[in-house]
Every structure is written in C-alpha cells, then in structure tokens.
Design a protein around this ligand. Sequence first.
Ligand code: SF4
Length: 222
Amino acid sequence: MGKRLPMQGEKTIVDHITTGLTKVAAALRSQAWEGGTVRKLTPTQGQILVLLAERATRAVRLNDVADELCLTAATVSDAVITLVEKQLVQKERSAEDRRALVITLTAAGRREAQQTAGWTEVVEAGVKSLTPDEQAVFLRGLTKVIHSLQTQGVISVARMCAGCTYFQPYVHADAARPHHCGLVNKPMGEGQLRLDCPDFVPVGDVDRPRRWEAFVSGGEGR
Ligand code: SF4
C-alpha cells in the first residue's frame, strides 16, 4: 500500500481552504502593520483611510465605517479622533442632514490613503497568477463565503451584486455573460461580479431569498 498523505483522513478540503484563507488574512495583517509602522498608522486607521478614499463621492458617517469594516463604533471613533489629530481626516456636518456628522479625507489624508492602499498588492499578485476561469470560480466562491458571513451576522454590509436590487442572475442565454446589471443595463459574466460596488442598492427582504437562490442554482431550470 502506498504511503498516506500527511493528515490524510483527518482534514477535509473545507479545513484546507479555511487554513488558506487564514494565511491570506495573516499576510494582509502583516502588510498592514508593516506599512503602517513606517507611517505611524494602525491597520484600523489605514483601513479607514482606504475606505474613505473608495467612498469619496458619498457622505460617510462613523456608523457606516463601523458597519463596513466590521468594527465597533467605539473603535472607529477612537481611530477617527487620532486621524483628525493627524490632520488626515476631517469631520463636518452632513449636507443632507445637518444633525449628522460625516467624515472625509483631507488632502494629506488622500495622499496617505493612496500609499496605504498598497498593502493589498501582495495578495493581488497572487490572484493575478490565476487564469481568468480560475479567477471567476474564485470570485463566485468568495461571494458565497461572504454571503454566509452575512447570514451568520459577522458582516453587516456587503455591497455585492448577489444582494443588489439591480442584479438579475441568469437572465441571458449567453453562458459567458448570463447575468444582467439593471443599473447600466448590460449583461455581465461571472468574472464581472462585484464584491464592493459603489452603486449597490440592497435588494428588498421579499426578493432577497429568491434572488440568492436563482444565483446559486446556476441558472438551472431556466
Ligand atoms: S449596481 Fe453594482 S452591485 Fe448592483 S448589479 Fe450592478 S454592478 Fe452589481
């Protein structure tokens, strides 16, 4: 009988993938600390700068930041106080609701955010090594994992196609581009699914389960 693979029978593919994801998370955390130490920013402060840069066209409140980064309001508040002291972020009254405070980047904050965003480059390089087909499968898998995290209450906001009111899964016969984005009124392929779309609008509670089922069923029974 041939030699058994190490750990054969003890670990499942689910265990191995979960281990892989924790390694990716560890790599990102170490990059965030490394880059942040040079610029005297904690990973949380860096994440807030990057998020504000990505949401530059819309008003962002403290609670929005907490929801999107899965942090407590107190943690975000402390980080923002420090960022304001460093003159990277400013608080101002919302134009839509004068009682609400919104946070935006200063010019120095925008420059800092650009440099900070570089901490994901190591993972990007790995993802680029996948073929387009592998990337599309990976993207679909990540969509499902994020949906599960949302269902478990770990992530409150996921601005992804599968939960968007504009998303119409498997409405086109073209296997390369079976989905449709109603916002831009165009077909889209698996590799074009968004996990963080600025134009995302959450689908209503009534339609959400049906929409998700249509997406995961892969267009069966069309
Ligand atoms: S608006 Fe964005 S999230 Fe919604 S379906 Fe279109 S691309 Fe996807």
